[in-house]
Design a protein around this ligand. Structure first.
Ligand code: IMP
Length: 194
């Protein structure tokens, strides 16, 4: 049953599975055509941003066919409460990233502040390469320019969505589809849970 706060399903379980499969194939090919050709190169380090990227990363990496390791970062953003775009690292990577190929897996890029902060921190550690894959992109809301290499779906409308990792006040991450929240539940477009 679709929860009361959801207006409509934007991307179904089938839509997501199909797109994630395409992304997995594309990323694998790009990696194998590039860094993956070097037999001495260390495996790709896939960096998931907790908590929202969890289902996406699990599905995406199982559709990829390159050697890889997992690592995770957790950040919290303070949009709307303190200075705009302030980002705090709650959990940093376990692995050193110097000279490694990194793929950041993100649930959604909205204003871009979170990603911009993470990219700045990781670039300072001088990885061999740094790419970004986001399930969803909201380009119309961007405040800072951030490079995104792979996008699952672009949200043209000013929607707040939940499901497949994305939350509303920490709820609904487990929905197997992505649904738009009814406008009456959205006070502003900052994270409702913040
Ligand atoms: P940014 O720093 O503005 O790009 O925000 C990125 C973070 O905001 C994401 O990782 C999400 O946690 C959250 N966010 C932005 N838009 C949505 C949405 O539509 N649904 C759920 N979370 C969102």
């Amino acid at each position: 049953m679709v929860p009361e706060i959801i207006e409509r399903v934007v991307f179904s379980t089938e839509d997501i599975a199909k797109r994630v499969g395409e992304l997995g194939e594309q990323i694998s090919q790009d990696y194998l055509d590039g860094a993956g050709r070097d037999p001495h190169r260390r495996p790709l380090l896939v960096v998931g941003l907790l908590k929202g990227a969890l289902p996406f990363m699990a599905d995406l990496t199982r559709r990829m066919h390159v050697p890889m390791e997992y690592d995770f970062m957790a950040v919290s953003s303070y949009q709307g409460r303190t200075s705009p775009g302030e980002v705090r690292i709650l959990k940093d990577l376990d692995s050193p990233v110097g000279s490694r190929d990194l793929l950041i897996v993100e649930d959604i890029v909205d204003t871009g502040h979170t990603l911009e902060h993470i990219l700045r921190r990781l670039r300072a550690r001088e990885p061999a390469s740094l790419k970004v894959c986001t399930l969803l992109d909201k380009p119309a809301r961007r405040q800072v320019d951030v490079p995104v290499d792979y996008v699952g779906f672009t949200l043209e409308e000013n929607l707040f969505v939940v499901g497949y990792g994305l939350d509303y006040a920490e709820l609904y991450r487990n929905l197997p589809y992505i649904g738009a929240v009814k406008p009456e539940y959205i006070l502003n477009h900052d994270r409702p849970g913040d």
